[in-house]
Design a protein around this ligand. Structure first.
Ligand SMILES: [Fe+2]
Ligand SMILES: [Fe+2]
Ligand SMILES: [Fe+2]
Ligand SMILES: [Fe+2]
Length: 406
């Protein structure tokens, strides 16, 4: 499948920014600012466009395992921010590095995410000096540090001066002097102003090298899995929801005898169908009680955000509508667009059914998942109300009757 990698990276950066903001309280668009700064530094180093693409991907994905780390280590967001324990700080680096290992980079980027918190003098989580730390890690580190300390979402001349003073004070301790010099060469006040909130999205999109090339279905599968993990780890409540649907989508695609490419597209759509949930506050996502009316409307927005995040990825029109229309109903009373039966194709209907089936059968912290028969019984009631497609529910009933649910 031919894809614009820059479109994908731009969508991922939006999603990961929401996670980082939610998990750490850093001003929105941190990921984009880090990526933009890295690209400017990389350009000044004379990297070619394929290298710049790799650098941007590493920068955008540098904290891809943040939510996974919070979940696996059972640490609260507050504890993580106050955590002075280096070994534990390095855990999101290890998880993040493992997650991206199979992605289709142009060159070898090993250890770039693993060592993104290393200091030049070896005082970082893994004790590596600048000599043992890949260049991309060092570029991500300087961008990460100054954004966390100075919040570049708002830039002033005074702040710019302070940043330069800070970096010069940290020469060869936090950041190696070559990287400080590179930063000074690359950023005058005006260039750094381009990272401010209002301009960062367009600044990054202009800088991302346009890479339009063929990716194998396996490579696309790997990319999609990384982002599905980020979505699923956002909330304990929906852990494995995206991947659960993605696997079931493949099972259904096999049942319908879809060709390989359509099967992969369905897998892709299923894995990212709830990407819009990354925008929704965790407090609402995880509220065990009934949502208030305004919370309910806010929560429903996630389907629109899925559309918003994916809509600029060129060439993925099918995937975008299969993913973002999963809460539409045949009677026209669904969301976000209130589409009617005539406007909902087979795969959109299939995605809606799989989403409901997965939600009913999966175990969440406050409820055990229903058995297959009970889930189908509830879904048949929905068919009677003209919410979902009865023939697809019949197929799901048959296909998953004897399959162990995940
Ligand atoms: Fe990090
Ligand atoms: Fe970061
Ligand atoms: Fe959803
Ligand atoms: Fe869902």
């Amino acid at each position: 499948m031919k894809l614009y990698m820059n479109d994908i990276l731009s969508a991922f950066s939006y999603a990961l920014d929401c996670v980082e903001h939610d998990a750490t309280g850093i001003a929105s668009h941190h990921t984009k600012r880090v990526a933009y700064i890295c690209l400017v530094l990389g350009e000044n180093l004379g990297l070619n466009r394929l290298q710049l693409n790799d650098l941007a991907a590493c920068a955008i994905l540098h904290d891809n395992a943040l939510t996974q780390y919070l979940h696996e280590e059972k640490v609260s967001r507050i504890d993580m921010l106050n955590d002075k324990n280096k070994a534990s700080a390095g855990k999101h680096c290890v998880l993040g590095e493992n997650n991206i290992m199979r992605l289709p980079f142009n060159y070898d980027v090993s250890d770039s995410i693993l060592f993104h918190h290393e200091n030049s003098d070896g005082s970082g989580p893994f004790g590596k000096t600048h000599l043992e730390t890949p260049l991309y890690s060092q570029l991500i580190h300087i961008a990460d540090v100054i954004d966390i300390i100075f919040d570049l979402s708002v830039m002033t001349k005074a702040k710019y001066e302070k940043i330069l003073k800070y970096l010069n004070g940290k020469r060869n301790t936090i950041v190696h002097e070559d990287i400080v010099d590179l930063f000074e060469r690359s950023f005058d006040y005006e260039t750094l102003q381009r990272v401010q909130s209002l301009s960062i999205t367009s600044s990054l999109n202009e800088k991302l090298p346009i890479i339009h090339r063929e990716y194998s279905l396996e490579q696309i599968g790997d990319m999609v899995e990384v982002i599905a993990n980020v979505i699923d780890y956002k909330s304990e409540f929906t852990m494995r929801h995206s991947m659960g649907i993605a696997q079931k989508a493949v099972t259904m695609a096999n049942y319908y005898d879809y060709d390989k490419e359509t099967t992969m597209k369905l897998y892709f759509a299923a894995a990212v169908h709830d990407i819009g949930k990354l925008v929704i506050d965790r407090d609402v996502l995880e509220k065990p009680d009934k949502l208030t009316e305004s919370e309910h409307i806010y929560m429903q927005n996630h389907a629109y955000y899925t559309y918003e995040i994916l809509k600029n990825i060129r060439g993925l029109d099918d995937i975008i509508s299969w993913a973002s229309l999963h809460h539409e109903k045949l009677n026209g009373k669904g969301y976000p667009f209130g589409k009617t039966a005539e406007e909902l194709g087979f795969n959109e209907r299939l995605m809606a059914c799989l989403d409901i089936y997965q939600a009913l059968t999966e175990t969440r912290p406050y409820k055990e998942g229903f058995e297959h028969d009970k889930a189908i019984w509830i879904m048949k009631d929905m068919v009677k109300n003209n919410y979902i497609d009865g023939s697809i529910v019949d197929d799901i009933e048959k296909v998953f009757a004897n399959i162990e649910l995940s």
